[in-house]
Design a protein around this ligand. Structure first.
Ligand SMILES: [Zn+2]
Length: 318
């Protein structure tokens, strides 16, 4: 989703831990530049955040990504999809066919179609060649001096990636309305966390107006909400146990599920279906007090708003 991301990643890499010292050569061009920059970016990102290790969830994200990629304008291309162990809702397209999403992003989404919409946007950047020149430019950069790495996709390219996401989603058989609900979810999470996602993008109203015109022309398709929620059930949510979290100063240091007390255990998404009408605030054991803001954000519901029986709620538990 986000653009100046390589710069941000390098900066985070420097702040969170020592990033791997490496650089590409300015003499590299085209595919060789993309390969070098892609590998370097992945090492920096993994050093900064860590990979979220969950084979079943990783396989699922990859399978959704491959379904979207097969429906893109470059259907024969193999992508590399990685879940990063960060609570910040973010996604990136990185040179050499890499797409990264954070577990923080997975926590705010509500359906497989919304995940597909995120991946389709990033694949759209690849498919439209937005990363090609980026790789050439980055190959010439000194990665030891992240100050110089200020990168952003233009608003035109963002618009193109948004439009392509609707097209690819439709071709892949997903409900394209997920593009607008995904944009709203990410915008909400950016507001909540004040992490600047909204600042780095065209205004939500502009993006929504554009994609909704495209969506109106393409009906049908699947949401696969329950299938998605089954896969994220049990995923770590919020600040995790790894010191490599993006804001490592708040990490729950070295606490694992095996040796932790209730308050310090890694917090996990727990999917519940309401048997009777209730608000988030009324739900027994759905979250601890300090987690209420996160609970409201990932559920897109204020704590005191009554939800109907049968509603599915993402709780935060052990
Ligand atoms: Zn984008």
């Amino acid at each position: 989703m986000t653009r100046p991301t390589l710069a941000a990643l390098v900066l985070l890499g420097c702040g969170a831990s020592s990033p791997p010292a490496a650089s590409c050569s300015e003499e590299l061009r085209g595919a060789r530049a993309a390969r070098c920059v892609g590998e370097l970016a992945e090492r920096v990102v993994v050093a900064a955040f860590g990979v979220y290790e969950d084979d079943a969830l990783s396989d699922y994200v990859r399978s959704v990504g491959e379904r979207v990629a097969a429906a893109s304008d470059r259907p024969g291309v193999d992508y590399r999809f990685l879940i990063l162990d960060s609570p910040d809702p973010q996604a990136w397209a990185v040179p050499d066919r890499r797409v990264f999403v954070t577990r923080g992003l997975l926590a705010v989404l509500d359906s497989e179609a919304e995940l597909a919409a995120v991946l389709a946007h990033e694949i759209g950047h690849h498919s439209a060649g937005h990363l090609d020149h980026l790789a050439d430019d980055l190959a010439a950069q000194d990665w030891g001096d992240p100050v110089g790495l200020t990168l952003a996709h233009s608003r035109d390219r963002e618009r193109q990636a948004d439009q392509l996401s609707v097209l690819f989603l439709h071709r892949a058989g997903y409900d394209v309305r997920a593009v607008s609900s995904m944009l709203r979810a990410l915008h909400r999470s950016a507001d909540e966390a004040q992490r600047g996602w909204a600042r780095r993008h065209p205004p939500l109203s502009v993006r929504l107006a554009r994609v909704e015109r495209a969506i109106d022309r393409r009906g049908g398709g699947d949401l696969h909400a329950e299938r998605y929620l089954r896969h994220v059930d049990g995923m770590i949510v919020g600040v995790g146990p790894r010191s490599g979290d993006a804001r490592g100063e708040n990490a729950r240091a070295s606490v694992t599920d095996e040796v932790c007390t209730a308050s310090e255990c890694p917090r996990r998404l727990r999917i519940r279906r309401l048997v009777a009408p209730a608000s988030l605030a009324e739900l027994e054991g759905c979250a601890m007090n300090e987690e209420r803001a996160l609970l409201a954000m990932i559920n897109a519901a204020q704590a005191d708003v009554r939800l109907a029986a049968g509603s599915i709620v993402k709780c935060i538990g052990h």
